[in-house]
Ligand binder design. Structure first.
Ligand code: PMP
Ligand code: GLU
Length: 401
């Protein structure tokens, strides 16, 4: 049978590297293999009790039906209150769209901004899904490379040189996944000025906003003035701050026009995000039992241990990340060394050797636009972190020229 070809756009999309590696790790664990995993950025803590209770209460009260496609009004109000309190941003509930995770918020954002062939500036290293989501929405990612010696930050000149008639938006992630680095307030202002001057939209991914260490503070680019606020789609969610990755609740705040398009889009693609999870997210945002702060303190301890230990090892090094829960380790000195005759010539080949021989699961960063690096997530117990670094050290002791 001569079947008609499937969608060219869909055929270009790669599976999520992080989710693929995480699935393999979880499968190995379920087979009883003593594998230690640092792949998915998923807090190891349980969702706080007060949030789980709110979900149980919602079920008991029969809140189990469709809600408005863009989410329940009370949750939108809670998001507005959060944005006012934490980010000094004033929005109306009608400007908030609640979605099935920040990933859907990002997909909605790109879908309503882009026409076929539009370009999106993507500072690298970048989180793997942006690259694919831009293409899924019909756009082209224009990658700008941040250098390690600049804490992986791009420059004004790089942005200006990348601008074209087709530039529609820039994606910024603060703090960043995978580098953990932050954009300075001064540079946020530079980005804002360029965007306002050229009418370019900003997708500001602030999902790691509450995971910032050493007393540093987060600022949203949208808080820099009315013009840039009008051009910005703030993306956030409850997955990371409240250890709620499986509940799938994210949200956007944007101007009314964009919010209306996203609401229409979502009403046909998925309808409302899970009703019970919306009530859980409402509890998460409306109260504070101190667990988010406790998790942050624990992440900070783990980061310090991991960074210090990596920088005592041969062949590898890393910068100290300022936020999120990732460490990007430079492994370029291992190329092209050998392990038991097997050549290490890329981050992917290194991760394969580590998984096959040392049962250590890390993410190679080629698909994050950073082929000289592998990513560790320290959203796992200290015991696992010690074990994982012991395994890395054992491997490095056996590397040959
Ligand atoms: N943005 C970034 C930078 C992320 O690392 C993640 C992790 N999944 C997301 C968005 C999506 O989060 P969610 O689980 O809410 O879809
Ligand atoms: N954002 C997390 C990560 O980078 C979770 C996995 C995913 O959604 O890609 O590992």
């Amino acid at each position: 049978m001569n079947k008609r070809p499937l969608s060219r756009r869909a055929s270009r999309i790669h599976p999520s590297a992080t989710l693929k590696i995480d699935a393999k790790f979880k499968r190995m664990l379920s087979e009883g293999i003593d594998v230690v995993g640092f792949a998915a950025g998923e807090p190891d803590f349980d969702t706080p009790e007060y949030i789980k209770s709110a979900a149980c209460k919602a079920i008991k009260e029969g809140k189990t039906k469709y809600t408005p496609a863009s989410g329940i009004y009370d949750l939108k109000v809670a998001v507005c209150n959060k944005l006012k309190k934490d980010n000094n941003l004033t929005y109306e509930p009608s400007q908030i769209i609640i979605s099935s995770g920040a990933k859907q918020s990002l997909y909605n954002s790109l879908s309503v901004l882009l026409n076929p062939g539009d370009e999106v500036i993507l500072p690298g290293p970048f989180w793997v899904s942006y690259y694919e989501l831009i293409q899924m929405a019909g756009g082209y990612p224009v990658i700008l490379e941040g250098r390690e010696e600049d804490d992986f930050q791009i420059t004004k000149k790089q942005i200006e040189d990348a601008l074209s008639e087709k530039t529609k938006a820039i994606i910024i992630t603060n703090p960043n996944n995978p580098t953990g680095m932050m954009i300075s307030n001064e540079f946020l202002k530079v980005i804002a000025d360029i965007c306002v001057k050229n009418g370019i939209y900003v997708i500001s991914d602030e999902i790691y906003e509450k995971l910032i260490y050493d007393g540093k503070e987060h600022m949203s680019i949208a808080a820099l003035g009315e013009d840039i606020k009008d051009l910005t789609i703030v993306v956030n969610g409850v997955s990371k701050t409240y250890a709620m990755t499986g509940w799938r609740i994210g949200y956007t705040a944007s101007n009314h026009e964009i919010a209306a398009l996203m609401s229409n889009y979502q009403s046909h693609s998925t309808s409302n995000p899970n009703t019970i999870a919306q009530y859980a997210a409402l509890a998460a945002l409306s109260a504070d039992d101190g667990s988010a702060e406790r998790m942050k303190k624990e992440f900070e301890k783990r980061r310090n241990y991991m960074v210090d230990r990596i920088n005592t090892l041969p062949y590898v090094h890393c910068r100290k990340p300022m936020g999120a829960f990732y460490v990007m380790m430079n492994v370029s000195k291992l190329f092209p060394k050998k392990y038991k005759g097997r050549v290490i010539d890329s981050a992917t080949s290194l991760c394969e050797i580590l998984l096959d021989n040392f049962k250590l699961s890390l993410v190679p960063c080629e698909s994050f636009g950073a082929g000289d690096y592998v990513r560790w997530s320290y959203a796992t117990s200290m015991e696992n972190i010690v074990k994982g670094l012991d395994r890395l050290e054992a491997f490095l002791g056996e590397v040959e020229d």
